[in-house]
Write a protein that binds this ligand. Structure first.
Ligand SMILES: NC(=O)c1ccc[n+]([C@@H]2O[C@H](COP(=O)([O-])OP(=O)(O)OC[C@H]3O[C@@H](n4cnc5c(N)ncnc54)[C@H](OP(=O)(O)O)[C@@H]3O)[C@@H](O)[C@H]2O)c1
Length: 321
């Protein structure tokens, strides 16, 4: 054991040390590497966009609404088989729209929180239609202004957003792993909340931060099996989640962006195999900037943001959409 004298930088000075460290890393590492990457990546991105074509078999979870439904319509075209998974009957409406565009559509009614049902449904679909692209998009939002909501709402969000998404991703990852000569692509829908969100979204942000971390590491592991892994991190998008009756956010449609535009951006970025696909980009930049603050500064900022949220949003608990 190293006999280190237990001396550390005093707490009040740590933000200054951390800010200087961040400045040094930004100036002498992040900016030079980023410039270098522009020259390397620009031609590769152009080549990938021009040489890529849509996958033959696409499976989308949470496909009956919002972002998932827009993705389904974006990928719907002749010669494409779409697997559309969700729980409620609105799925048939989206499926019909996609069939009208010429796609072969298979609907899967399944609760992703039910591990056995989910694995059975994914394996059965993959047996007859080996999945080229999985978009693990199904998710729920949740918000609390009140500590008592802790017991009520966290289980559901963890079961769906975290366990359900990991079960979806890993079931398909293992299927793709068995055919490394073909490989595949897996996109995990996270959120800009993985970088930063108001404290009232604590459970939701925790699940999305975990999914982003999973995506980063699975992307590395997947390379051994020819599996590309991407993380989708939308900002505020106008869907049932943000604008529906039980919306957890105190924003009007003015603040939200179109799921259709997001779906097109996702499709192009998946061609280019970008690690994090985010839009609207300015929202990501704000959350990225806040997340890189020294912890003690972030603590004060979070206190202000939490207070502001409590003023603009009603205090009642709106656990799940
Ligand atoms: N909208 C935004 O601003 C925003 C921002 C960042 C990230 N996201 C993420 O984007 C994804 C899609 O959200 P959205 O905005 O499109 O919301 P949405 O319109 O409410 O759609 C959510 C989808 O998830 C499905 N789903 C929820 N729980 C499920 C379960 N247990 N099993 C199977 N399917 C389930 C829903 O289908 P059923 O109702 O049939 O279950 C629905 O199709 C989510 O992961 C969300 O966290 C959204």
């Amino acid at each position: 054991m190293l006999n280190v004298i237990p001396v550390t930088v005093p707490g009040y000075a740590q933000p200054l040390v951390e800010a200087c460290t961040a400045w040094l890393v930004t100036t002498f590492f992040s900016i030079p590497v980023s410039f270098f990457r522009i020259f390397i990546e620009a031609p590769i991105d152009v080549w990938r966009s021009l040489s890529s074509s849509d996958p033959d078999v696409v499976l989308i979870t949470g496909a009956n609404s919002g972002i998932g439904a827009s993705l389904a319509e974006t990928y719907a075209k002749p010669d494409v088989t779409l697997g559309l998974l969700a729980r409620d009957e609105r799925l048939e409406l989206i499926a019909e729209k996609c069939r009208d565009k010429g796609a072969n559509v298979i609907t899967i009614s399944c609760d992703i929180a039910n591990k056995e049902d989910l694995a059975g449904a994914l394996i059965e679909f993959d047996e007859s239609n080996p999945i080229d692209l999985l978009i693990a998009n199904a998710g729920q939002a949740g918000v609390t202004d009140d500590g008592s909501a802790w017991e009520d709402s966290w289980q559901g969000i963890m079961d769906v957003n975290l366990k359900g998404t990991i079960n979806t991703v890993m079931t398909v990852f293992k299927l793709m792993e068995e055919r490394p000569h073909i490989g595949g692509q897996i996109a995990i829908t996270s959120s800009v909340a993985a970088w930063h969100a108001p404290p009232q979204l604590c459970y939701y942000s925790a699940t999305k931060a975990a999914l982003t971390s999973l995506g980063r590491d699975l992307r590395y592991i997947g390379r051994n099996y020819n599996i590309k892994v991407n993380v989708i991190a939308p900002g505020l998008i106008g869907t049932r989640m943000t604008l529906g009756e039980r919306k957890p956010y105190p924003f009007s449609s003015w603040f939200t962006a179109s799921p259709k535009n997001l779906a097109n951006i996702i499709r192009w970025n998946l061609f280019e195999d970008n690690f994090v696909i985010t839009w609207p980009y300015h929202q990501f930049l704000v959350d990225l900037a806040i997340s890189s603050l020294p912890p003690r500064v972030l603590d004060s900022v979070q206190w202000l943001i939490g207070g502001a949220w409590s003023v603009v949003s009603p205090a009642e608990d709106k656990p799940l959409t």
